[in-house]
Design a protein around this ligand. Structure first.
Ligand code: ATP
Length: 253
């Protein structure tokens, strides 16, 4: 079943730059769909358009067959809790003045009246935060610490915990491991894979790093200059019919 369908999406910036050019794809429920391409090809613009952080010029975005690209902020409200995003830089995503427990509770506090959680359960703030920290394999003692007291990898786990706290259906992961060292990267990718299975999540995993995309995704899309140039199952990455640009990315492995 298609969870997210994008049809002929185009986004130009005022400066005249076409960042996304007639892009179409489908993301199926339960899958991790990878999007790879070099810096400046339009990956983050796509993430921002999907989340309505940027307006689009033309095209359609369907979430479970409902067109969401022209919805007002009020109409979008129910979708905001179903689609979460994790950004590259966890330091920018966490308020430095808030303790980890207060950042973690924020989405739940916002949507508590509409939520029907099946994996997590809310009995008290402390207990809920403990469950979230456990889910991302962090010690409960971090709840009372501030972001600057955590490592980069721990901070990214906190932003992941926050994204999963309201049990969304789709998470857009925009370069979530790019700011981490290789060991933390691998551990976060493994964690994301486990969480997808346990929480029945779907991911759009965006990265310039083909190795990371290959590790976590079932299907892979390749983007160049705002266009999709290739799309295939992970097992077909090294197939002869790959686009020359995909082969170029493989050569950097
Ligand atoms: N706010 C903006 N105003 C004008 N042009 C922009 C804006 N944001 C992005 N662009 C341009 O749109 C193109 C796509 O940028 P985008 O950030 O989406 O690429 P990216 O693939 O995510 O790159 P990176 O991995 O470096 O973040 C680039 O040419 C960029 O300069």
């Amino acid at each position: 079943m298609s969870l997210l369908t994008v049809k002929q999406l185009t986004k130009s910036y005022q400066a005249g730059k076409t960042a996304i050019n007639n892009l179409s794809f489908e993301l199926n429920k339960g899958e991790c769909l990878g999007l790879v391409g070099e810096s400046g090809c339009g990956k983050s613009t796509l993430a921002r358009c999907l989340l309505h952080i940027e307006p689009i010029n033309s095209g359609s975005i369907y979430f479970k067959n409902e067109a969401i690209e022209r919805l007002s902020e009020r109409q979008l409200h129910p979708y905001r809790k179903k689609i979460q995003i994790v950004f590259q830089n966890p330091s920018a995503a966490l308020n430095p003045k808030l303790k980890i427990k207060d950042s973690l509770i924020d989405p739940y506090a916002q949507y508590s009246k509409e939520l029907n959680l099946s994996h997590f359960s809310y009995t008290s703030k402390e207990a809920f935060v403990k469950q979230l920290l456990e889910a991302v394999e962090l010690p409960p003692s971090l709840a009372d610490q501030y972001p600057h007291e955590l490592s980069g990898g721990q901070r990214q786990r906190v932003t992941i915990a926050r994204a999963i706290s309201i049990e969304p259906e789709l998470i857009v992961l925009d370069e979530p491991t790019a700011s981490l060292d290789v060991i933390s990267q691998g551990a976060v990718l493994t964690l994301l894979t486990e969480l997808r299975e346990v929480l029945n999540l779907s991911y759009l995993f965006i990265s310039h790093d083909l190795a990371a995309v290959r590790q976590i995704s079932q299907r892979i899309m390749v983007m160049k200059d705002g266009k999709l140039v290739d799309q295939f199952n992970r097992d077909h990455l090294f197939a002869e019919e790959r686009h020359p640009y995909t082969k170029e990315l493989i050569s950097f492995f």
